[in-house]
Ligand binder design. Structure first.
Ligand code: ADP
Ligand code: MG
Length: 348
């Protein structure tokens, strides 16, 4: 029996699903989170509640663990770096620092000769005014964004005054891609040229939030291969250990762009729990804990629907689903609009 104790920073649904996967592998999990009611509290073996810059608590956390990983990006670099001096942090802190900054992330991707949308740094209103060429576009905070938070879609410069943009933040302006589709590729890298990769997943967003995902993605063979190649190139270049997700745009001319990289397990990969022999969560735990790499096998086509806000209510009242369906309730106490409360996967 393994004696590994895995520390996970962040206590959301991704932390819960990582803990469940770890339990299956007889690995104990200790979650560190700044929310005393974090949903992952229901799934882990031990829980530390503290802010992400609390030095004493960080030290206490490190002492309890053998290996440390994280389930969200927005962790202070200083914290990951301090932890890494005490116990191995995987993926390594420098990867997280790069990816949590949208400008640094896009510069990195372009250096690999991988296409992204056109983008430019914006620090002041004066920076923004001459950038007509990038409109229609989306102004995004360079850090701390998720599920469309910190984003302002801009059609024309006349709108700018009414948007009440807070220029204390640093921004990136991205030209809007005329989207035909969005896909993502989830990959788990174990070591040099050793990885397990899932087939591309097709994603449907509304109001910048993922609503549902499915495999197979309805895309050409060429895009199927190119998206996987780019995901492998990114994972290798980062010398990544663990599960990573690359989000892509496909425009109306079938050009592929990388939208962003998530240095963690990803919402679009939830269907891997039921559609593959090994889920993105189990693979992440396997990779960061240096366990065996098992070849991936697809079991079924699948579709995953996010249950957002009140959409969880009928399932809480009657959780019975069909034999080919799997319901996940994240056990979040408060139902909030736009909050991911659970998901439903259907095997097809
Ligand atoms: P988050 O970090 O919140 O996931 P993203 O940059 O992935 O932010 O944006 C969320 C969603 O908004 C994307 O999945 C896409 O649907 C839409 N979006 C963002 N940027 C663009 C863009 N440049 N062109 C077209 N759609 C975009
Ligand atoms: Mg995104």
């Amino acid at each position: 029996m393994s004696e590994i104790k895995l520390g996970i920073i962040g206590g959301g649904q991704l932390g819960s699903m990582l803990s469940e996967a770890a339990r299956k592998l007889k690995i104990k999990t200790i979650i560190y989170c700044n929310d005393p009611d974090a949903p992952a509290k229901n799934f882990c073996d031990d829980f530390i509640f503290a802010e992400y810059d609390n030095k004493d608590k960080i030290y206490e956390f490190a002492k309890k663990t053998d290996i440390i990983t994280y389930e969200f990006e927005n962790i202070p670099y200083e914290t990951l770096n301090e932890l890494n001096k005490l116990k191995p942090v995987r993926p390594k802190p420098s990867v997280n620092r790069l990816i949590q900054h949208r400008l640094a992330e896009k510069d990195f991707i372009n250096k690999l000769n991988i296409r992204t949308t056109r983008y430019v740094q914006v620090d002041t209103k004066e920076d923004l005014l001459p950038l007509n060429d990038f409109l229609p576009g989306i102004l995004k905070t360079t850090t701390l964004g998720y599920d469309g938070k910190g984003q302002y879609p801009i059609k024309n410069m006349d709108e700018i005054n009414s948007l009440n943009i807070n220029f204390d933040n640093e921004y990136i302006l991205e030209k809007l891609v005329k989207l035909k589709k969005e896909i993502s590729v989830v990959i788990t890298r174990f070591n040099n040229n050793k990885y397990e990769i899932y087939e591309p997943i097709e994603n449907f967003h509304k109001d910048q939030i993922l609503r549902h995902s499915k495999i197979p993605a309805e895309i050409s063979e060429k895009l199927f291969e190119q998206s996987k190649e780019w995901a492998i190139l990114i994972a290798e270049e980062l010398k990544y250990i663990g599960t990573l997700c690359v989000e892509f745009f496909i425009d109306r001319n079938d050009n592929l762009y990388v939208n962003e990289i998530a240095p963690r397990v990803h919402n679009s990969g939830h269907l891997t729990i039921n559609a593959y022999n090994i889920s993105q969560f189990e693979n992440h735990v396997r990779a960061v804990c240096s366990l065996d790499q098992i070849p991936l096998k697809k079991i079924s086509n699948a579709e995953m629907i996010n249950l957002i806000g009140n959409q969880i209510v009928p399932y809480r009242e009657n959780p019975k689903v069909n034999n080919n369906q799997f319901l996940f309730d994240y056990l979040k106490k408060d139902i909030k609009e736009k909050r991911k409360m659970g998901h439903l996967t259907t095997l097809k």
